[in-house]
Design a protein around this ligand. Structure first.
Ligand code: ATP
Ligand code: MG
Length: 340
């Protein structure tokens, strides 16, 4: 059976990139798949989080999921730390993955920065926990932004190595050829990597210091208008064909955002706005972004006012996730040779 898993960190400032690259896809996949969507608080603490803020941000991501259209009854929505299997399987995967594999991960290099000796061990091991998140549910498909592509490849390598290393035991325990599926990443559409509004070479991020670099899901119309108006561009008008976006990262980014928000392709946006000045295009983009994000922000605020209701959703989701997770942990223990 096909099963979707994905996660978002409760690190604050949920933004347009999270929406277009991930959450919007999560919503679409509900029609065709059994979906598990996780607020990954164990990932968040790989860098320091204020405890009260961590709780608030966990509830905020949950509210965003629901405000965007995820149905927590038909599917599963929960926070990672409530299901202990994530941490347990991550340990096993720490012993399957190789140092050399993790040393190649670019997200660690970016997040650790120059002071690598001072990064947490958790930040280094982040990708093995991510592999555990996905494989704990034996998910077959994972919708993510382009920045997570390398981690998805590592997840496939870990699944493969586990299946190979334990092949006789996997067969002896009645699981046939391989225990873990080789997961398919779902990275598609015009906005798999939304860039910073201030710098077309950096991705839009929750953890970027400048709020002007991103459009937050909770921004009101004035904030959106101000940020889009100030967004970096070049002096040329828009090209009329996609070819013309080459070497113009800021223009490419805004066109990609427009296309994704209006559920069309970049070529169509350029057919409509080719040769337009940025001032006119930005005005149209503001209207579009306000129309799409305004209702989401309002609904998030409404949902967050009832903290008990949000927590109840997470507890119920965790209860249902745990049923699947516990079975995997039992299987893995048997396969690896742990007495239980
Ligand atoms: P942080 O800076 O704390 O890592 P983040 O903005 O990268 O925050 P995550 O919680 O790490 O957000 O990622 C959640 C999902 O959003 C992932 O699927 C990720 O690939 C996607 N995503 C993050 N940033 C972008 C972006 N700029 N464009 C498209 N997708 C993105
Ligand atoms: Mg990230």
């Amino acid at each position: 059976a096909e099963r979707v898993f994905s996660g978002v960190q409760p690190t604050g400032n949920l933004h347009l990139g999270n929406y277009l690259g991930a959450i919007k896809r999560f919503v679409e996949l509900q029609k065709s798949h059994e979906c598990i969507y996780c607020v990954v608080d164990l990932h968040a603490i790989t860098v320091w989080q204020d405890p009260e803020e961590l709780k608030r941000h966990t509830r905020e991501v949950t509210a965003a999921f629901i405000a965007c259209g995820i149905d927590p009854k038909a599917h599963i929505v929960f926070n990672q730390s409530q299901v202990s299997g994530h941490a347990e399987l991550a340990w096993v995967f720490n012993c399957v993955a190789r140092m050399g594999w993790l040393n190649r991960m670019t997200q660690f290099k970016e997040k650790a920065g120059k002071d690598r000796e001072n990064a947490s061990v958790g930040l280094f091991a982040y990708p093995t926990l991510m592999a555990a998140d996905i494989l704990l549910y034996r998910a077959t498909h994972v919708p993510v932004g382009d920045d997570q592509k390398q981690h998805l490849e590592l997840t496939r390598d870990i699944a493969q190595k586990f299946n190979t290393d334990f092949a006789p035991s996997i067969a002896a325990n009645g699981h046939g050829e391989g225990y873990f599926p080789i997961t398919e990443p779902l990275i598609a559409g015009p906005a798999t990597r939304v860039m910073s509004l201030r710098d077309g070479s950096k991705k839009m991020s929750k953890s970027e210091a400048s709020d002007f670099s991103r459009i937050n899901l909770t921004d009101d119309a004035d904030a959106i208008a101000g940020k889009v108006r100030k967004a970096k561009t070049d002096p040329e008008p828009l090209p009329s064909e996609e070819e013309g976006l080459k070497g113009r990262p800021e223009a490419d980014n805004l066109v990609g955002i427009f296309a994704a928000l209006s559920d069309t392709a970049k070529a169509q946006v350029l057919a409509d706005y080719g040769n337009a000045q940025f001032s006119a295009f930005k005005a149209a983009l503001v209207d579009l972004a306000v129309a799409k994000l305004g209702p989401i922000g309002t609904e998030m605020q409404r949902l967050m006012a009832d903290q008990a209701a949000i927590d109840a959703i997470l507890i119920d989701g965790a209860d249902r996730a745990r049923v699947i997770a516990d079975q995997t942990i039992r299987d893995v223990k048997d396969i690896v040779g742990m007495v239980r």
